[in-house]
Design a protein around this ligand. Structure first.
Ligand code: ADP
Ligand code: MG
Length: 733
């Protein structure tokens, strides 16, 4: 054998082995993605903070942290002078250099407070610590200059900053930043005491150094070209460390697109799946139940109501399972549409149920529907969390043996022990209080999934509805019943209370009834409750018995008491109903003509509109009075003006979308949403939403299972967004 041949042979084997090893390593890397590693080994994190991050923000892995995006950026190259920082300047964060002129201590023990006084040539400020005093006092030296960063606050025009970041000026100026813009990350109160804005930023820097090499690409090159997307690694780099405003914009676009595409891939394949099954119950017959009610309705249906009933009918004879969202402004008459379509199910040998978000609403639906069905011969029952033994037994036995045809209730209907003989149709009222998970449970209440009709008074575009609620078709009631007089809306400042009371007396003298509603916000429930009880007392004083009767209704009452108050008001035994926003959805008292909303500036636009929808249900002129303090933010002012200008829920919803900031992803519309969004705001990013939807449809049409090698990243992306969000039951009041 000649040696050169031998050499070449060996070399070939070695190269071959190397190639195999490289292949093997790539394989291993793909199997166990580096970014799935925990955070505790990243410099600056450690065991304790890793646990806190997981517990407080759900950040468990390196990937989670990379996908925890800043919600705002501040320009760290900008150094203010104290004189420039005023309340009017409206700065969220400021950075300035100043010299320490003195320190002082106040309080003792846990109430201890440490103040540092600083000044520059243009003014002075106070820096305040309530926590970590021992640590910070050692680091502050009178006479030295520092770079100070934090959230400004003002007391009588004097600048102060609580828990600022403070750094030696020499050290600060020598530091090389990743970028001029520093991300500010959302955090929680518990976390922020151990991890400030800068701490967070530092961790991200350290993480980036080790993680950047391991960021793969999720999108095939063709798709990136088609939609003008920058690579994932570049996007993640710029979202955390923007190299320029333009780069930041591209990064946001890429990441929003990716997120919405991940969601759309799930929705669209669920849809294809649903449409390929042919397992929808068939309701071909229009029989006694439907015709029995239709023939004796106290009013003719509007054109829009008829159209929607037709749409639902088409679905229920198609062989596919229906999954439909019914949108209609408050008072547009959704209930009767729901009832007629439930009767279609009954006519075809199926049972139907209707789920409402609150006890009061469920009881009201039960009363309305029982009344409408008087003489039609369809048995209706009710089941709620507070149903007594008898009521519960009637409901449970009746639906199990099939004698009860329509069951109305709250989320108690989802419970395991609620077993229908043959459930074919489910109505969910006021969807924003329910999540997809609940809907999914209803799917399992029969051998095949029943048809689902979801009703909401918050109008939203179809793509948006799908992103928020999953795969749905949309019907719209865009017409109010005739002879409705538009509600007159006015805005009063609190100082005009006497005028308000005079007006209320006038209306009550005409035999009408009045609502007075107080805000109820979860975080400050006790305070709100106090507002309500104070309000109740003051109204009882100004509207004394026996001339006036005042009822009260709020979430802290026992269900029986709440119900009794509502009954009194409904039956005209009370003239005034003082309530929290528990009455927000759906209560129907046609004789009530005045809706007074206290602290109206604290409500969102759609909530205000919902509340206003409680009046104007009879033939009389109705009024809505928005009460507010004198000092209003610009946004609150705009909301109140819009309310006074229009009664059109669709227009208000549009404006609401415009007024909401990008950070407000957790607004009312999002609660109960199907997907947990990190960067896209489906109410603002409507265009990206549409584009991502058509992209998803095209991708799946070509490769439904995402089995092609170039779609591997997309498959992972889809899986990442397939998990459904947990539902917060405490939202259901
Ligand atoms: P929402 O869509 O807000 O749930 P409801 O179903 O509670 O509205 O209907 C509001 C009121 O309008 C009810 O008192 C109902 O009886 C009445 N209504 C519904 N449809 C019509 C109609 N076609 N003509 C007249 N009144 C109607
Ligand atoms: Mg309703």
């Amino acid at each position: 054998m000649n040696s050169s041949w031998r050499d070449r042979f060996c070399k070939k084997i070695i190269v071959n082995c190397e190639l195999r090893i490289v292949n093997f390593l790539t394989f291993v890397r793909d199997m166990a993605d580096y970014l799935d590693n925990g955070l505790k080994y990243v410099a600056g994190v450690g065991e304790v903070r890793a646990k806190l991050l997981e517990k407080e923000l759900g950040i468990g892995s390196m990937r989670d942290m990379l996908y925890h995006f800043p919600f705002r950026y501040i320009d760290r190259t900008k150094i203010y002078q104290i004189g420039e920082i005023s309340e009017a300047a409206g700065l969220a964060y400021v950075q300035f250099r100043a010299r320490v002129t003195g320190v002082s201590y106040a309080g003792a023990g846990r109430k201890r407070r440490f103040s540092v006084y600083v000044s520059d040539s243009t003014g002075s400020a106070e820096l305040i610590w309530f926590q970590g005093v021992n640590w910070i006092e050692k680091r502050i030296e009178v006479g030295r200059e520092y770079l100070i960063f934090g959230k400004p606050s003002f007391f009588r025009g004097e600048l102060s900053i609580v828990h600022p970041e403070v750094e030696n000026i020499e050290k600060a100026l020598s530091r090389k930043a990743e970028s001029g813009m520093q991300g500010i990350y959302s955090t929680t109160e518990r976390l922020s005491s151990s991890l400030g804005a800068k701490g967070f930023y530092n961790i991200i820097c350290n993480l980036w150094a080790v993680a950047k090499e391991h960021i793969g690409e999720t999108m095939p090159p063709a798709l990136m070209r088609q939609y003008g997307l920058i690579p994932l690694r570049e996007a993640l780099h710029n979202i955390h460390f923007p190299q320029s405003p333009e780069k930041l914009r591209q990064a946001q676009y890429r990441l929003k697109f990716e997120e919405l595409l991940g969601i759309q891939l799930n929705i669209q394949s669920q849809r294809t799946d649903r449409m390929s099954r042919h397992n929808g119950f068939l309701f071909p017959k229009v029989g006694e139940a439907f015709n029995g009610l239709y023939g004796k309705l106290p009013f003719p249906l509007t054109g829009a109501q008829k159209r929607v009933i037709k749409e639902i009918r088409t679905d229920t004879v198609s062989g596919y399972q229906m999954n439909r969202l019914l949108q209609g402004d408050v008072g547009s008459g959704k209930t009767v549409v729901a009832l007629l379509t439930m009767l279609l199910a009954v006519d075809n040998g199926y049972q139907a149920c209707m789920m409402a978000p609150t006890e009061i609403l469920a009881r009201q639906h039960f009363a309305t529907i029982s009344r409408l069905l008087g003489g039609v011969g369809v048995k209706v029952a009710i089941l709620t969390g507070s149903s007594k033994a008898r009521e519960r037994r009637i409901a449970l036995e009746g639906i199990a043996d099939g004698s009860v045809k329509i069951l109305i209730g709250t989320h108690a209907l989802i419970e395991e022990r609620v077993k229908f003989e043959n459930l074919g149709f489910v109505v969910i009222d006021e969807q924003h209080r329910f999540g997809v998970e609940q809907r999914a449970k209803m799917w399992t209440k029969n051998s095949q999934p029943p048809h689902i009709l979801v009703m909401t008074a918050t109008p939203i575009p179809r793509t948006l509805a799908m992103t928020l609620y999953g795969d749905l078709d949309v019907s719209i009631i865009d017409e109010l019943p005739p002879n409705r007089q538009p509600i007159r809306t006015v805005h009063y400042y609190d100082s005009a209370r006497l005028r308000l009371f005079g007006f209320m007396r006038q209306e009550i003298a005409k035999g009408r009834q009045v609502y007075v509603v107080y805000p109820l916000i979860k975080e400050s429930e006790t305070m709100d409750y106090k507002d309500l009880t104070d309000g109740f007392e003051s109204i009882s004083r100004d509207f004394p018995l026996p001339e006036y009767r005042v009822a009260v209704c709020h979430g802290k009452q026992k269900p029986e008491d709440k119900e009794e108050s509502m009954r009194q008001f409904k039956d005209g035994e009370a003239d005034i109903m003082v309530a929290t926003s528990v009455i927000e959805v759906g209560v129907d008292v046609p004789n009530a003509t005045v809706m007074v909303i206290e602290s109206a500036e604290r409500f969102g636009l759609s909530q205000l509109h919902q509340l206003r929808g409680r009046v104007g249900r009879g033939g009389e002129q109705s009024y809505c009075v928005l009460m507010s303090g004198e000092k209003l933010s610009k946004e609150a002012q705009l909301r109140l003006e819009a309310m006074c200008e229009t009664n059109d829920g669709f227009r208000l919803a549009e404006l609401d979308l415009k007024l909401r900031g990008a950070g407000d992803i957790n607004g009312t519309m999002q609660s109960g949403a199907a997907f947990d969004l990190k960067i896209a705001n489906p109410t603002l990013d409507t265009q990206i939403l549409q584009v991502s939807q058509s992209a998803a449809i095209a991708i799946l049409a070509d490769d439904a299972a995402l089995a092609k090698p170039e779609n591997r990243g997309l498959l992972q992306l889809k899986q990442r967004y397939s998990a459904e969000k947990k539902i917060d039951f405490s939202m259901i009041s």
